[in-house]
Design a protein around this ligand. Sequence first.
Ligand SMILES: Nc1ncnc2c1ncn2[C@@H]1O[C@H](COP(=O)(O)OP(=O)(O)OP(=O)(O)O)[C@@H](O)[C@H]1O
Ligand SMILES: [Mg+2]
Length: 239
Amino acid sequence: MRLIRIEGLNAGYGKFQVLFDISTNIDSKKMTVIVGPNGSGKSTILKSIFGLTNIYSGGIFLNGEQITRMSPHQIARRGIAYVPQVGNIFSNLTVRENLMMSGYTLKREEVRAKIPEVLEYYPVLKECYNRRPSTMSGGERQMLAMSMALMRKPHVMLFDEPSASLSPKISAQVLDEIKKLRDDMGITVVLVEQNAIDSLKCGDRAVLLVSGRVAFDGPAQELLGSPELGSMYLGIKAA
Ligand SMILES: Nc1ncnc2c1ncn2[C@@H]1O[C@H](COP(=O)(O)OP(=O)(O)OP(=O)(O)O)[C@@H](O)[C@H]1O
Ligand SMILES: [Mg+2]
């Protein structure tokens, strides 16, 4: 089922246009993977959904409701969470304080109830509950960013390169946790990833962006199996 519809989207930063006539659908409770070369506009799509870019024309609809040009705050209230590529946690606050901060839209009792729930989900955070992120590993920091997004009970999560700068082993764990969000919690996931092959393997649908335009939109498996696109843009060796 279609949850988000992006229609003829032209967007960028100020006068600098990055996205050109993007149309695609994000299916409910599935994982859509956005791949493409550096600078192709992957992060800009996520930021556009979350209300952080200039949209010149076209629209973004959540369950049929137009969210184009809403503020990030209004969009967050509709259950969309955005986990940016960098700056997704407060480095001067402990894990506990980060979780409290991220529940700012919730009532105090809700925050108290929700923290143990996310800690159950990411037990590794229990061990660093009173520590600051600077003393934690990259993987632990990513779990913290994910748990902060989960505090607000989102039904859509937008991830921008969650495994960037992590070792292959930890990247695989993070990807596994993201899969669980979809499979165990029924969260709709939009994932931007450099590590295209692994993420396409767990993804349901794929969008390939090249120079701000859609070069492929279809089943993730199909993109994985496409010799031209795969070898040109994703580093997949042709058989
Ligand atoms: N805040 C900004 N202001 C102006 N231009 C920006 C801004 N953020 C990104 N850009 C430009 O927009 C274009 C697309 O950037 P974007 O970050 O969406 O690409 P990306 O596909 O996510 O790249 P990467 O793989 O390097 O993360 C680039 O030319 C970039 O320089
Ligand atoms: Mg990016």
